[in-house]
Design a protein around this ligand. Structure first.
Ligand SMILES: Nc1ncnc2c1ncn2[C@@H]1O[C@H](COP(=O)(O)OP(=O)(O)O)[C@@H](O)[C@H]1O
Ligand SMILES: [Mg+2]
Length: 254
């Protein structure tokens, strides 16, 4: 809890966010704030609007209503690239690594994308002075032994680590992680949690984490938001969420 800086302006402030797909109200008026240094969990059944909320915050889709502020500035209509330049990173629910490139080149490409140099990305991964940053992350993520292997040759869990490391190449202040443990061998889940805690402590970054693995969420997150049918059912500390009768009935079960 020590990394959270309370009493300050939120890093992210989402107000009255709405997004419908035809008759389906995927997100129906969601509001929440994420504080500097906070790890903010998002849980809820499949189809409750978690990914749609993420994609709205990340500029991937345009919400029907509501506003999104990053460090007090409106970012509601900015593109993903603009957001990345302003310090917002993400990982996707599915792997986004380039299987035929080495792990290290995947990291270099991720950073070049951030800089918008599509040309250098297509011609050659090169280094562009980003080598030291890639190497630091490779060590931090404990993937040095596979750094020069093609990413596609790694286990799913290791590829997931590469995927997460890629999001950190642009040194984001806010990272959104969509199901970082999905499909990962249970023996690796603790490692991902430890890593995210380290990154949170060392970089003072804020994270929003969607995840179904309840032990992981309860252990990692400072606060948790429960989404049900596109709305916020509760926001609170892990202890508060565990004790919330409505949440127990609707989602956590008995
Ligand atoms: N691109 C889309 N087109 C149509 N319906 C969508 C689209 N994306 C999401 N939905 C619908 O919106 C609802 C919320 O989906 P989603 O945000 O993916 O939920 P979650 O991530 O919590 O599982 C679901 O009913 C889903 O089928
Ligand atoms: Mg989802």
């Amino acid at each position: 809890m020590s990394a959270v800086q309370r009493g300050r302006q939120p890093v992210l402030k989402v107000t009255g966010l709405k997004k419908a797909y035809g008759a389906i109200q995927a997100v129906g008026g969601v509001s929440f704030e994420v504080m500097p240094g906070e790890i903010f969990g998002v849980i809820g059944p499949n189809g409750s609007g978690k990914t749609t909320m993420f994609n709205s915050v990340l500029g991937q889709i345009t919400p029907d209503a509501g506003s999104i502020e990053l460090n007090g500035r409106d970012i509601t209509r900015l593109s993903p690239l603009e957001l990345n330049k302003r310090g917002v990173g993400r990982t996707f629910q599915t792997l986004q690594v380039f299987g035929k490139m080495t792990v290290r080149d995947n990291l270099l490409v991720a950073a070049q994308e951030h800089k918008g140099t599509m040309f250098s990305r297509m011609v050659a991964p090169g280094d562009s002075g980003l080598g030291p940053k890639a190497d630091a992350l490779i060590d931090q993520f404990r993937i040095r032994h596979v750094a020069h292997k093609k990413a596609g040759e790694l286990s799913y869990g290791q590829q997931k680590l590469v995927d997460i490391a890629m999001a950190f190449m642009s040194e984001p202040d806010l990272v959104l992680l969509d199901e970082p443990c999905a499909g990962v061998n249970p023996s690796l889940v603790g490692g991902i949690s430890t890593l995210l805690k380290e990154l949170n402590q060392n970089r003072k970054g804020s994270f929003i984490v969607i995840e179904h693995n309840m032990d992981f969420v309860m252990d990692l997150c400072h606060r948790i938001m429960v989404m049900v049918e596109g709305t916020v059912m509760a926001i609170g500390t892990p202890a508060e969420i565990r004790a919330n009768k409505q949440v127990l009935d609707a989602y956590l079960g008995n």
